[in-house]
Design a protein around this ligand. Structure first.
Ligand SMILES: [Zn+2]
Length: 307
């Protein structure tokens, strides 16, 4: 890291001028010597750890393995037991890892902007928060050619079907956030998806309007929903050819990799925000895995790991 002054009130704030080395300290948590610095203008002392997201962490060693565990179908409680840390630590790490994942995903999308995606698929995954009476929808957009997730966002939706009446009675009317969240998700991807891209979706009634608003020059193809198989996590289809296989396979991977999305699981989300955090971590891990497989043979340097 280049030394830059972290003091907001200093004349050389966030500049590397007049910054000098000022010894080391030993960080017992990961057995490393950390360089310290001093600003010669404001005399503020700081170190290589000051401006990182991991500042004040005491269990840096588990960050990497926890990220893999949370994206491989392991519950937070099981991760806490296996890594011999408190459940509270895992709760805090979830927030940290999601911040890290968001930064990495933004960097990744900036790289994709140079070559916008031409083949896009879009669909929604239904889950619930606290109880089945409070359903949520996760809108997912992918690059269908490379099976890379471009974005995923959680929205609260009203209960439907047999549970609708009971849900209204017990928890009142729920706001349908889905159209707004989907619009925001697509707005974030206007530079990543090519103007004249081919967008494939199922017959959801909201899709044509929102896609036309955001990508007026795109080609939107709609396919009829097919019956799903239980072995495919309720997402993969039983028929022999599925034109939306890429998105359905990705959603099945979401269900397989995130414990709280597995069907008939013992794990539930307690809030949409935490579900979104877990999805952000998984999405970053999933993209890295896909890219690593693709570039392994070509010896291309892989994206740096979260640490
Ligand atoms: Zn300073």
């Amino acid at each position: 890291m280049n030394a830059i002054c972290p003091n907001h009130n200093c004349k050389v704030y966030s500049q590397s001028l007049f910054q000098v080395k000022d010894g080391f300290y030993y960080r017992r948590d990961d057995s490393r010597y950390i360089q310290r610095f001093k600003c010669k203008i404001c005399y503020r002392k700081y170190s290589n750890a000051t401006l990182t997201l991991e500042k004040y962490q005491k269990k840096r060693r588990i960050n990497y393995i926890l990220r893999a565990n949370l994206s491989s179908g392991m519950s937070m409680r099981a991760s806490a037991y296996n890594l011999k840390v408190s459940q509270k630590t895992i709760e805090r790490k979830l927030i940290y890892l999601s911040k890290k994942a968001k930064i990495r995903q933004l960097e990744f999308l900036n790289i994709i902007k140079q070559n916008p995606v031409h083949d896009v698929q879009l669909d929604d995954l239904i889950s619930s928060v606290h109880t089945k009476l409070k359903p949520v929808s996760v809108s997912v957009v992918i690059d269908a050619k490379n099976y890379i997730v471009l974005g995923a966002k959680v929205a609260e939706i009203p209960a439907f079907g047999k549970l609708a009446k009971l849900s209204r009675k017990k928890y009142g009317r729920r706001v349908n956030q889905h159209p707004l969240v989907l619009q925001n998700l697509l707005n974030d991807l206007t530079e990543v998806v090519h103007r004249s891209a081919l967008i494939k979706t199922d017959e959801h009634k909201m899709y044509p309007l929102i896609i036309k608003n955001t990508f007026p020059c795109s080609r939107h193809k709609v396919f009829k929903s097919l019956p799903a198989s239980i072995a495919g996590m309720g997402e993969l289809k039983t028929k022999k050819y599925d034109p939306l296989f890429a998105i359905n396979h990705t959603l099945a991977s979401f269900r397989y990799g995130i414990d709280r999305l597995i069907r008939r699981t013992w794990c539930t989300s307690k809030s949409p925000e935490h579900l979104q955090m877990h999805i952000d971590i998984f999405l970053d891990y999933y993209n890295e895995k896909k890219l690593w497989k693709r570039f392994k043979s070509k010896k291309i340097k892989k994206i740096p790991m979260a640490m």
